[in-house]
Design a protein around this ligand. Sequence first.
Ligand code: HCB
Length: 216
Amino acid sequence: MSDREILNKLSDRLVNQDIEGCKTTTLEALDAGISAFDAINEGLSVGMKIVGDKYELGELYLPHIMMSAKAMDAAMEILTPILEKEGTGENIGTAITFVQEGDIHEIGHRLVSIMLGVNGFNIVDLGVDVSNKTIIEEINKHNGDKILLAGSALMTTSMQGQKDTVTAIEEQGLRDSVKIMFGGAPVSEKWVKDIRADATAKNAADAARVAVELMK
Ligand code: HCB
């Protein structure tokens, strides 16, 4: 089977909520020499995009998405330690990563956190549904470090909260202490510019590239 066929199979397993199949196909991909990174970006993430599209079309329902998310988790359990080993070993700053208040979508956030860690950031992962109060407290704890804030929002509602986060940081006089990168499916270049954040990125690899640039 070609690499492309294995990656397609991985995507199909995720779309079909096949948790065991997702695990075995992930191992098959690694055995075939496919990198953990490609398995995520060209297999699993492609599958998750299809799941989202099918949900929107009414072809899949919430329980299906939850099972696909579990299949993604099962694959990530295998792939995360491999990615972590690929780390550069350098420390280019502290990345405070989180999902906006009211939002529990964590898959993309976790991928971004992993990729930032692999690329030399010390990761402070605040998890999902994080309030501005917690974010401000965490920035203050790391005062003096080079700080990147990497926030995710997957819903148009929670995305509005990103604007409040920037305002809260400005009001606390902390804006010059942090670089702010926001992402998630609804987030656009125009949105981050409008809310006075520094950058966005379309996927986890891009997020790492943009983050490293922001730290320069
Ligand atoms: Co969820 N959900 N969901 N969901 N969900 C979305 C997000 C909708 C778009 C689906 C739809 O209607 N088409 C929709 C939001 C609509 C909207 O606001 N416009 C939606 C909804 C409505 C909901 C609920 C409200 C449903 C309900 O209960 N009725 C509920 C939300 C509860 C809440 O948060 N309070 C809900 C729940 C769920 C789960 C639990 C079933 C599950 C999440 C499981 C989990 O995370 N453990 C889920 C999922 C999986 C999705 C979809 C299908 C996929 C999201 C995903 O994981 N994508 C999503 C559809 C979609 O997004 N098209 C749907 C894969 C990852 C890899 O992509 O975009 O998250 P990503 O991250 C990328 C990228 O954006 C970038 O890099 C990442 C990696 O490549 N990036 C960053 C992300 N963060 C970044 C930060 C940076 O600084 C830089 C880059």
